[in-house]
Ligand binder design. Structure first.
Ligand code: ATP
Ligand code: MG
Length: 198
């Protein structure tokens, strides 16, 4: 196995995973010379309500990344009991990869929430942040004392969100190419997102 010196970490609900996540991970890998991007689906998102079961969300990430040797997916948050905090995930990764530099990949909307994170003040010594722009999301003033180092990611803007994908499935509109074909097939086969709020 290749030694991981620079590890990208992409947290999210992935409800479902879509091209915005995948392109951000791919660009992060190439622009910051990451050895791997680890997708970490949230088990019990504490800041938002989830729609699909964690096992479905995990499986969809697996289906989406399987063919890409740069990507891997972890069950660590799904298997952890109770609310999962990113800071604890990063601490566990620091322990399992003591020599690796960690890069937490996040979109602009999620970055704005960072100061509200549990133990925000411990973040800076654990990880640097790679920031992906999101169309329609203004990057307000972030960074400064107490913040981790933030590296902007260059990326073609992708306006897809999981919310849009769920709404399209519910409305019986195509989500083809917004999510990988195998993910779309799982959504169709399992009846995910057919009813309920988007
Ligand atoms: P939802 O609409 O349910 O909130 P989402 O599309 O925002 O879903 P998340 O799982 O909440 O997806 O996002 C995980 C991470 O990926 C977050 O840091 C988010 O900002 C980032 N992200 C999601 N979509 C994009 C996108 N289109 N471009 C760049 N980053 C994205
Ligand atoms: Mg989101």
């Amino acid at each position: 196995m290749k030694r991981i010196g620079r590890l990208g970490v992409m947290g999210g609900t992935f409800d479902p995973i879509h091209i915005g996540h995948l392109i951000a991970a791919s660009e992060a890998c190439s622009q910051f010379k990451l050895d791997q991007v680890l997708f970490v689906p949230a088990g019990d998102p504490w800041q938002k309500r989830e729609h699909a079961d964690p096992e479905d969300r995990f499986l969809m990430v697996e289906l989406a990344i399987e063919a890409d040797p740069r990507f891997a997916v972890s069950r660590m948050e799904i298997d952890r009991k109770g609310p999962t905090y990113t800071i604890e995930t990063l601490e566990l990764l620091r322990r399992s990869h003591p020599d690796a530099e960690l890069f937490f990949i996040t979109g602009a909307d999620a970055l704005a929430l960072l100061p509200s994170w549990y133990r925000f003040e411990d973040l800076a010594e654990l990880t640097e942040v790679i920031l992906a722009a999101r169309p329609g999301v203004e990057v307000t003033v972030v960074g400064g004392p107490g913040w981790p180092k933030i590296h902007p990611l260059e990326m073609v803007p992708i306006g897809v969100s999981s919310t849009i994908v769920r709404a399209r499935i519910r409305a019986d509109e195509p989500a083809n190419y917004m999510v990988p074909a195998r993910v779309l097939k799982h959504i169709g086969d399992s009846g995910l997102y057919r009813d309920g709020a988007a």
